[in-house]
Structures are given as C-alpha cells and as structure tokens.
Design a protein around this ligand. Structure first.
Ligand code: HBI
Ligand code: FE
Length: 287
C-alpha cells in the first residue's frame, strides 16, 4: 500500500481521493518540521479571519476551560508557531505539538497521544473551504484541540485515550473506541453551573455547528454513558444528530481509564445504535 492508502484505510476515511498533505518529507513517526516561512501573508490573514469569527462564538458557547486555554495560547494574530505554543503547554500539562502532513495512521496517532504529543496539520485550508473541509487543517487541529490540552484533567484523558487506542488496535476494537473520540473529543458537550457549553474540537472549529450543537432544538442531547457511546454510529457528512453531555472532565477521565476489554465484550451482543436513534434508557439533557 502507498502511504496515503495506508492512512486512509487506518483512519477509516471513506473517500478514495489522495490525502492533500505531502508525506514524502515526513519522519517515521509522520512528523515534519513546521516551516514558518511557508506561510504567506494570505495564509495568516485567513487564520485571523477564522480565529476572529470563531472566538466571538466561543465566548458564549465554549466551556470556560477551553476559553482559558485559548487565552493563554495567545494566537489571534496569525498561524501559531508550534514551538512557542509548546513552551506554554509543556509548563501547563507537559503536552507538546508535532507538525504532521495531515491524517496519520492509527498506530502512529495513538502512540503520539500516549506520549503526550498532539499531531497538528501544519497547512491551512483554501479560501473556498472556510466553512467546510474534508481533512483537518491547522485551524481545526489547533483552535479546536489545543486549548484543552492545557487543562490538567483533559490532558490526562487524551493520554489515556492514546493508551486505550494501542490496546484497542491489538484487540480489533478501534472502530468502537473511535466513537469515544468522535463523540467526546470532536463533538462533546458539557453542562455545569454555567449552562450547556461545547468542548469538542469539531464543534468549536465550525461556525455553523457551534450554534447548532448548543442551541438548536433539533439534535438529541444525551447524558454521557460510555457503553452507549461505544455502540453509537456517527455521521461524518453533516452536523451530528446526537451529542453526548458530560458534567465535568473528571467524569470522562474516570469512565475511560480502566480496562475496556470487558466493556467491549459486554456490548458485543448488543446492536449498534444509529446516529439519530434514541434508546429507552437514554437520559435527555435540556438546553
Ligand atoms: N491523524 N492527524 C490525525 N488526526 C486525527 O485526529 C486522527 C489521525 N489519525 C487517526 C485518527 N484520528 C482516528 O481515526 C483515531 O482517533 C481513531
Ligand atoms: Fe479533530
């Protein structure tokens, strides 16, 4: 298999087009140097536009932990230099960012997370892709994912996810575990004294989905339950039909830290749940 085919197959991407990143210069762990000189003034201007639009929404729709991290990173002015961000992250939680050409194979992805390294696509989308893109770019990866890596409990959760990923690979359970990443890391909601807020990167890096996820009466919002999430199929082509809601990051960490093999075994006899489906045992969360 070519490298792009390997990445596409292992990441479960359904399209057969080539990945857009250049993987030829990548190291064995898929990292590349972030060449700050490769960014044009237009690239930085596009970042500022995306950032300004999204930060305004985040103030009213993102959880406080995300906003604190985003503030500390101080990246409103242009595509961030990962080395500078790493000084901030290392001091907070010991995480660091690694530039990558785009999606990378599951084994490399899990290994990085398990060692507190977050892979970030270094390139930015085209002007024509402001509202939708197929592969994660630096705006999605950085704006969406990096702020919460500065939160101690979420930081521990992401490392645990990487460790669970390596075990899931060995056990043939990546498909199930990926649903936990999807519904929490990408599309998670949190409800606490401040109200219902988003913390998922797929939500917070999307102008349309931020309002939809937090405000629309349309989607299901269901109390987080690990087994329910591991059984739930998801959509990659539209806003989510269902969001899962946690109370705090401790809840997520506690639910995810143990041996998941017995959990996979337990749900093996149960059917998968369609993206739009509701189960009698689901606990609804109100806006
Ligand atoms: N690679 N760069 C990158 N970013 C991701 O979010 C990512 C990946 N490879 C695999 C992957 N995600 C998922 O399929 C896993 O969470 C299962
Ligand atoms: Fe993402």
């Amino acid at each position: 298999m070519t490298i792009t085919a390997k990445v596409l197959a292992s990441s479960g991407a359904m399209s057969d087009h080539a990945l857009r990143g250049d993987y030829s210069a990548a190291a064995a762990d898929f990292s590349v140097a972030q060449d700050m000189n490769a960014y044009t003034p237009e690239h930085h201007a596009l970042w500022r536009r995306l950032f300004a639009r999204q930060v305004t929404l985040a103030k009213t729709h993102a959880c406080q932990e995300f906003l604190d991290g985003l503030n500390g990173l101080d990246v409103a002015d242009g595509i961030p230099d990962f080395e500078r961000s790493n000084r901030f992250l290392r001091a907070r939680t010991g995480w660091e960012l690694l530039a990558v050409p785009g999606l990378i194979p599951n084994d490399a992805f899990f290994d990085h997370l398990a060692h507190r390294r977050f892979p970030v696509s270094w390139w930015i989308r085209d002007e024509s892709e402001i509202d939708y893109l197929v592969e994660p770019d630096v705006f999605h990866d950085f704006f969406g994912h990096v702020p919460l890596l500065s939160h101690p409990v979420f930081a521990d959760y992401m490392q645990i996810y990487g460790q669970q990923g390596m075990k899931a690979l060995a056990a043939g359970q990546v498909k199930r575990l990926s649903r936990l990443y999807w519904y929490m890391v990408e599309f998670g909601l949190i409800k606490n004294a401040r109200g219902l807020r988003a913390f998922g990167a797929g939500i917070l890096s999307s102008f349309g989905e931020t309002r939809f996820a937090v405000e629309s009466p349309e989607p299901n919002r269901i109390r987080f339950d690990l087994k329910r999430v591991l059984r739930s199929e998801y959509r990659i082509d539209n806003f989510q039909a269902t969001y899962f809601v946690i109370e705090d990051f401790e809840e997520l960490f506690e639910a995810s830290k143990g041996d998941l093999l017995p959990v996979y075994a337990e749900i093996d006899d149960l059917p998968d749940v369609a993206p739009t489906a509701r189960l009698p045992e689901d606990v609804s969360v109100t806006v």
